[in-house]
Design a protein around this ligand. Sequence first.
Ligand code: DX5
Ligand code: ZN
Length: 212
Amino acid sequence: MLVAPSMLASDFSHLADELKKITDGGADFVHLDVMDGAFVPNISFGAPVIAAMRPHTTLPFDVHLMIQHPKRYIADFVAAGADIISFHVECADDPDEVIAEILTHGAHPAMVIKPKTPAELIFPYLDKLYLVLIMTVEPGFGGQSFMSGPLLKARQLKEKNPSVLIEADGGINAQTVLECARAGVDVCVAGTGVFKAEDPAAAIRQLQSAGC
Ligand code: DX5
Ligand code: ZN
């Protein structure tokens, strides 16, 4: 299992130290939750903060856009250092246009589905995607309880495109990661599960060993 610690649960007053902690701890990606206060009822951080984090790690930046109109901000996020950009199928833009914009700027396109959104909505775009992110909580806040129902979408998506990476996000810890691994998830996001752990490096290693 690949592990993408979510910076949303880190100490924002020490971002460089927090990045070093997960880089030295062997994380695979850095998950960056961008919230606009419109698509979700919470505001987090945007491209300038991501750009400030970029020099402090060589890990790929996995940017999760929880924003209403992602297309107009893609260039900014790629310039800030995003490697993977995921946007919600439920956003207000045409997914084909957002994917094209991400590809034009040289990042990997990814799409996200909320817990109650059917996987079928992603099918038309699946062949163009590097990764699909399945939400296992309602987007907007860290520290919520994991829901296992959405994981059924992992197999549906893999059947249609066996090479797409499947990522799960929300409430993932040493216990719930086992369900993710059984469901065929390749990458797990963990905010609370890594940054609030007594030993974040050990927490990363434990999550990585799920399904091996
Ligand atoms: C929720 C975010 C998640 C969140 C995960 O909207 O997309 O990435 O930070 O946090 P935990 O692991 O604490 O549920
Ligand atoms: Zn996220």
